[in-house]
Design a protein around this ligand. Structure first.
Ligand code: NAP
Length: 303
């Protein structure tokens, strides 16, 4: 049931990790890869991110029965257009993009007549490029698959099996719901981190060296998120605009409520709120989605 030949377009963190994970978990499946950057292609060949690194996208997909687009959300249309007309008719088209509604539309329009089943492995790091990928990236992480209506159920179950073989837990979801859930669990936290780190670096009364020196007080954890790839995150916000703006509105209202509690000295409101959020942290640890050790298991614990 697994795919015979997987073509990976985009050989950065996600594409590289998929190639390495296939080699480890699905040794019977052949892989070919393409990236538009010649330096990335060279590095991908050195690291063995796919069995064959190709000079064109058309060559990479010529024998594929599954093609996975691992390029930034804003580059999906352009990358798909490069293989229109050469992708084998029976090949399934998928991707790993962080927003789903717009990408599903773009892929279907660029590759009419092909089965398109978008997916989003909720797994990543702040690193990008051909050196960032590793085979265990998807272990015990969720992969959300967002099949459009009328999806071929045989193809869907093959894609589910594929992601499970790479170590992921699969969840099937409507693309619109995916975009709303991820807006609050991923996109909004990134926007907040980008804001806080920007604000701190703009402060005039606090020096830059003080910000860095005392960062273990909490700021450091935001800087990790705010170091995420600028191209990808620009595209995420533009491609999931409606859901992000809706969640941002909710967040602003809640922030205003906390601001008022601080101003009027309502300690009980603050305490109740922080107690509720602490319980959420505990649930995330219980579900194995993070490290319970102090300071996320950092060896140089100093906060
Ligand atoms: P990445 O490390 O920057 O890799 C993307 C690669 O795609 C880059 O090498 C880029 O080359 C290449 N590329 C761009 N346009 C292309 C095109 N038209 N044809 C072929 N290659 C092209 O990014 P990533 O973190 O793997 O992210 C890839 C996708 O995964 C994104 O859609 C993102 O939303 C999704 N995702 C990311 C994470 C995460 O934590 N990073 C998690 C889950 C899902 P250039 O450098 O020359 O642009």
């Amino acid at each position: 049931m697994t795919f015979r030949h997987v073509a990976i377009i985009g050989l950065g963190l996600l594409g590289g990790s998929i190639g390495l994970a296939i080699r480890q978990h699905l040794p019977g499946s052949a892989t070919s890869g393409y990236d538009r950057d010649p330096a990335t292609r060279r590095r991908a060949a050195e690291r063995g991110l796919a069995d064959r690194i190709c000079e064109t996208a058309a060559e990479a997909v010529s024998e594929a029965d599954l093609v996975i687009f691992c390029v930034p959300p804003g580059a999906m249309g352009e990358a798909a257009a490069e293989i229109a007309g050469v992708l084998p008719a029976e090949a399934l088209v998928s991707d790993v993009g962080s927003s789903k509604r717009m990408i599903a539309k773009v892929l279907s329009e660029a590759l009419p007549g092909h089965a398109v089943i978008p997916a989003h492995p909720v797994a990543g790091t702040e690193n990008s490029g051909p050196d960032a990928g590793f085979a265990s990236l998807f272990h015990n992480r969720w992969c959300i698959i967002t099949p459009p209506e009328q999806t071929n159920l045989v193809l869907l179950s093959r894609l589910v099996e594929f992601w499970e073989a790479l170590g992921a837990n699969v969840e099937i979801m409507d693309a619109e719901h995916h975009d709303l859930v991820l807006a609050v669990t991923s996109h909004l936290p990134h926007l907040i981190a980008y804001t806080i780190v920007g604000t701190a670096s703009d402060l005039e009364q606090v020096t830059r060296s003080e910000v860095i020196k005392y960062s273990a007080g909490g700021f450091r954890d935001f800087t990790r998120i705010a170091a995420s790839d600028p191209t990808m995150w620009r595209d995420v916000f533009l491609s999931n605009k409606d859901a992000v703006l809706e969640m941002l509105q909710r967040f602003t209202e809640d922030l205003t409520a906390l601001q008022r509690a601080i101003r009027v000295g309502d300690g009980q409101a603050l305490f109740d709120h922080f107690t509720r959020t602490r319980a959420i942290r505990r649930s995330i640890i219980e579900e194995g989605q993070d490290d319970a050790r102090p300071d996320f298991g950092r060896s140089d614990h100093q906060a």
